[in-house]
Ligand binder design. Structure first.
Ligand code: NZQ
Ligand code: ZN
Length: 390
């Protein structure tokens, strides 16, 4: 194992009715707080989450300001609106109520509010992130893990760049996770959430650090749990049991727990997906479902060992009489079949994407140097993965 530091400052309130903790958290700040409530296109008004949040904020005598309309794949233009409000209204706390997009947008507002220039300078690392407004979250979609990590992904629609960034300053102070708040998540978004959280576990799995039996076993258990629970949840979308299992899986899949002691895994597929959705604005989980099995097939041609381990330990394949490459190929196919069985897209054509912008996608994938660690990809390798995905 590598040396590591484990520190996650987000206080997690998990379970039915935990929204009652919101007023307690505000009361801890010791004065009447100015809260900017950030949310998306209106799902929280239909499913009652907005009313629950407002009740809590009012009972804590908070001064409430709202920013609605955060887009899936949140845009820099919305971040700018939020920063403006924070500066005008003297906001003390940002409260994100929604899925990964709302939380990511809120994180970017939090750094922009404490900076004189354009928040994009901070996201692109032209300027250093020195501070941020505090953030709390009420999660409504189990997928990204943003509720308990320091990462955010923002799209600059003018330059067509979708960039991931992170800073310890934007770790949410607290996050409230009530599985009932995810009952209304539609089928397609539920599928994307399953794919995204499995991808986070899978990309963590593709490290090259020796002697990591505990973390590897943990990740395999994650994947088996998602494979068992995903189809049951899609059969019974109002099941508290299945919703709570997937909510816990998705939060823990990307809160650094799965990276303890390893080199951090290989996140090349996320880099390629962000480049695709910067140009085509597709759902993140849908893009991953298309690209990840093709990354697996690309990688196993050079080194089948890890994909073989996935085939045996996660998909339960019998290794008797098979070469490592045969097993690895079966493992990659099993993952593809599983996601297809949930109804996830399997080719770029499912989103009407052809090869006309492949050159640009490759270029955007390398917007930051170094793509992949388990296998470092060059532009030709990324092109190969895209062609396999057609
Ligand atoms: O906008 P509203 O009306 O809220 O509707 C949303 C949106 O249309 C809807 N939704 C959310 N909760 C719902 C609901 N509909 C009904 N009932 C509910 N309870 O779902 C749609 C998608 O929401 P979104 O937040 O975009 O989905 P997700 O959580 O998958 O977030 C995706 C974004 O996160 C980024 C992705 O790239 C993408 O931009 N990621 C963020 C990461 C992070 N911060 O750590 C890591 C990930 O790998 C990912 O890249
Ligand atoms: Zn993801």
């Amino acid at each position: 194992m590598n040396t590591f530091v484990q520190y996650n400052p987000t206080k997690l309130y998990f379970g039915k009715g935990q929204i009652c903790q919101l007023s307690q958290e505000l009361n801890k700040l010791g004065h009447s707080v100015n809260v900017l409530v950030v949310y998306g296109g209106g799902s929280i008004k239909k499913n009652g989450v907005y009313d629950d949040v407002m009740k809590e904020l009012k009972s804590a005598a908070a001064h409430i300001v709202e920013l609605s309309g955060v887009e899936p794949n949140p845009r820099l233009s919305t971040v700018h609106k939020g920063v403006e409000i924070c500066k005008q209204e003297n906001i003390d706390l940002l409260l994100a109520v929604g899925g990964g997009s709302v939380i990511d947008c809120t994180k970017a507002i939090a750094i922009g509010a404490k900076y004189e220039g354009d928040a994009w300078d901070l996201i692109t690392r032209k300027a250093e992130i020195k501070e941020a407004l505090p953030i709390g979250t009420v999660l409504t979609l189990a997928a990204t893990g943003s509720e308990m990590n320091s990462t955010s992904v923002i799209t600059n629609w003018e330059t067509k760049d979708k960039l991931g960034w992170s800073s310890p300053h934007v770790h949410p102070r607290f996050s409230i996770l009530d599985p009932e708040y995810t009952f209304s998540v539609p089928r397609d978004q539920t599928v994307y959430g399953i794919v995204d959280s499995m991808s986070h576990a899978l990309e963590s799995y593709f490290h090259r650090t020796k002697n990591t039996p505990m973390i590897d076993g943990f990740i395999e258990s994650f994947l088996r749990t998602a494979i068992q629970t995903g189809p049951r949840l899609l059969e019974d979308m109002q099941s508290f049991e299945y919703r709570e299992t997937m909510m816990y899986v998705s939060t823990t899949a990307f809160n650094d727990t799965l990276l303890n002691g390893t080199d951090g895994g290989d996140w090349a597929t996320h880099r390629i997906e962000h480049a695709v959705s910067a140009l085509y604005d597709i759902p993140h989980g849908g893009g991953l479902a298309i690209l990840f099995p093709n990354w697996l097939e690309h990688v196993l041609e050079e080194d089948p060992s890890r994909v073989k381990q996935l085939a045996v330990n996660v998909f339960g394949m019998d290794p008797t009489g098979k070469s490592d490459t045969e097993l690895a190929k079966e493992g990659a196919q099993a993952l593809r079949d599983f996601w297809n069985s949930l109804g996830a897209p399997s080719t770029l054509g499912d989103y009407d994407i052809d090869d006309s912008e492949f050159g640009s996608i490759v270029e955007k994938t390398f917007i930051k140097p170094g793509v992949g660690t388990y296998k470092e990809l060059d532009p030709e390798s990324v092109m190969d993965i895209l062609k396999r995905s057609l």
